[in-house]
Design a protein around this ligand. Structure first.
Ligand code: NAI
Ligand code: 13P
Length: 354
C-alpha cells in the first residue's frame, strides 16, 4: 500500500493515542485530532500526550491538531476513537470535511442511546459512504502502547476497508484479522464491557477462579443470545472481537470496566467510582441501554438484569449472586441443546419419576 495514504484519528484519549502511534510508526502520514487546542500544541511539542498514556513516546511525525478541517484534509482513512456519548456529535461536526471516497472506521465500544444504535449504524446513516468498518478486539490501550503482542479485528463487508486497515495497522506487534460481520464484531466489543464489571465485582467479593470462569462463559452465552436476536452471526463471538475481548476485559485490572466492578464490590458508590476514573467506562451506560432493549425485545439476560439492579437500584451484589445461583437449571450451549427442548425433556422426566 502506498505510504502516501493519510491516516487521521479523531479522538486523543487512550485508544486514539495508541492507534495513531501505530499508524505513524508504520510510516503513514498520521494526524491526531483532539478538541483542545492547548493539548494539540503540547503533543506536537513534547511528542507525548500528557493526558493519556503519558509515558508513550509518540513518533515525531505524528501531527496533532484541534482543527477538524486540517485533520481531515486529504485523509484516506479515518479512525473514530470517540466515546459513544460524543460519537454522533463529533461525526456531525466532521462531516463537512469528509468525502465519500474516504474509509471511516469506528473503534468505539458502546451504543448510542437514541434509537439504540451501534456506531456503524450512525456512520451509515450520517455519511451514506461505502467504505465503513469497525475495529474491535482484545486491545487494552496501555498494552498496545507498550508494544505487547496484540491482535485485533477489522470488520467490514467492504473489501477495500478491510485490506487498507490490515496494511496500515499491521506490524510485528499488532496483527489485524479480518471479518465481514461488522455488526457481530461491534456487538461483541460493546457487550463485553458489561460482564467485565460483573467479574471485577466478583473478584472484589473474594470469589474464585471457578466463579470467574462461570461468569465469563455464561456472559458469552448471554451476549451471543442477544446478538443473534438482533441478526448477528453467533460464530463471530468465537473470534477475537467476541471471546477474545471478553477474556482480556474480564481478566485485567487495566480494564476501566473491570475496575468499576471491582470498586463496586469494595462497596464504593457508582458516582464516586465514575468521578475518580477520569476515563470512559462504556459498560456502565451499556448495562442500562441493553437492559432496556432486552426488556423491549423479551430477551433473557439474567446477568444484565442483576447487574442493572446493583448499579442503578442499590441492590446488594452478594444477594444478586445468590439469586442468580438459585434460578432453575439451564442448558450449557443453547445452539446445541435449545432451552425449550431442555425444559420439555425435564417435564417429561418429572412426569415419569413423580
Ligand atoms: N482504552 C482502551 O483500551 C480501548 C478503548 N476502546 C474504545 O474506544 C473509545 C474511546 O476510548 P478511550 O480512548 O479509551 O477513552 P478515553 O476516556 O481514554 O478518552 C476519550 C477521549 O475522547 C474525547 N472526547 C470525549 N467526548 C468528546 C466529544 N464530545 N468531542 C470530542 N472529544 C471527545 C476526550 O476528550 C478524550 O480525549 C471507547 O468507546 C472505548 O470503549 C477500544 C479499544 C481499547
Ligand atoms: O476494550 C478494551 C480492551 O479491549 C478496553 O476496555 P476498558 O474500556 O474496560 O478499559
Amino acid at each position: 500500500m502506498a505510504k502516501s495514504l493519510i491516516v487521521t484519528v479523531l479522538g486523543g484519549g487512550s485508544f486514539g493515542t495508541a492507534l495513531s502511534s501505530i499508524a505513524a510508526n508504520n510510516g503513514f502520514t498520521t494526524r491526531l485530532w483532539v478538541r483542545d487546542a492547548a493539548l494539540a500544541e503540547q503533543i506536537n511539542q513534547q511528542h507525548r500526550n500528557p493526558r493519556y498514556l503519558s509515558d508513550l513516546d509518540l513518533p515525531a511525525s505524528l501531527e496533532a491538531t484541534s482543527s477538524l478541517e486540517s485533520a481531515l484534509k486529504g485523509a484516506g482513512l479515518v479512525f473514530m476513537a470517540i466515546p459513544s456519548k460524543g460519537f454522533a456529535q463529533v461525526l456531525e461536526q466532521a462531516l463537512p470535511f469528509m468525502h465519500s471516497e474516504q474509509i471511516i472506521v469506528s473503534t468505539t465500544k458502546g451504543f448510542e442511546e437514541k434509537g439504540f444504535k451501534l456506531m456503524s449504524q450512525i456512520l451509515q446513516e450520517t455519511t451514506g459512504f461505502q467504505h465503513l468498518g469497525i475495529l474491535s478486539g482484545p486491545n487494552l490501550a496501555s498494552e498496545v502502547a507498550k508494544k505487547h503482542l496484540t491482535a485485533t479485528v477489522i470488520a467490514s463487508p467492504d473489501d477495500l476497508t478491510r485490506i487498507t486497515v490490515q496494511e496500515v495497522l499491521g506490524n510485528n506487534y499488532f496483527r489485524v484479522y479480518a471479518n465481514t460481520d461488522m455488526y457481530g464484531a461491534e456487538l461483541g466489543g460493546a457487550l463485553k464491557n458489561i460482564y467485565a464489571i460483573a467479574v471485577g465485582m466478583a473478584v472484589a467479593l473474594g470469589m474464585g477462579e471457578n466463579t470467574k470462569s462461570m461468569l465469563m462463559t455464561r456472559a458469552l452465552a448471554e451476549m451471543s443470545r442477544f446478538a443473534v436476536s438482533l441478526g448477528a452471526n453467533p460464530m463471530t463471538f468465537l473470534g477475537l472481537s467476541g471471546v477474545g475481548d471478553l477474556i482480556v476485559t474480564c481478566s485485567s485490572p487495566l480494564s476501566r470496566n473491570y475496575r468499576v466492578g471491582y470498586a463496586l464490590g469494595e462497596g464504593k458508590s457508582l458516582d464516586e467510582i465514575v468521578a475518580s476514573l477520569g476515563q470512559v467506562a462504556e459498560g456502565v451506560n451499556t448495562v442500562r441501554l441493553v437492559r432496556a432493549q432486552a426488556d423491549k425485545l423479551g430477551i433473557y439476560m439474567p446477568l444484565v438484569q442483576a447487574l442493572y439492579l446493583v448499579l442503578f437500584e442499590g441492590h446488594n451484589p452478594e444477594e444478586m449472586a445468590s439469586s442468580l445461583m438459585g434460578r432453575e437449571q439451564s442448558t450449557d450451549v443453547e445452539f446445541v441443546l435449545p432451552h425449550d427442548e431442555m425444559l420439555k425433556s425435564a417435564q417429561k422426566i418429572t412426569r415419569i419419576t413423580n
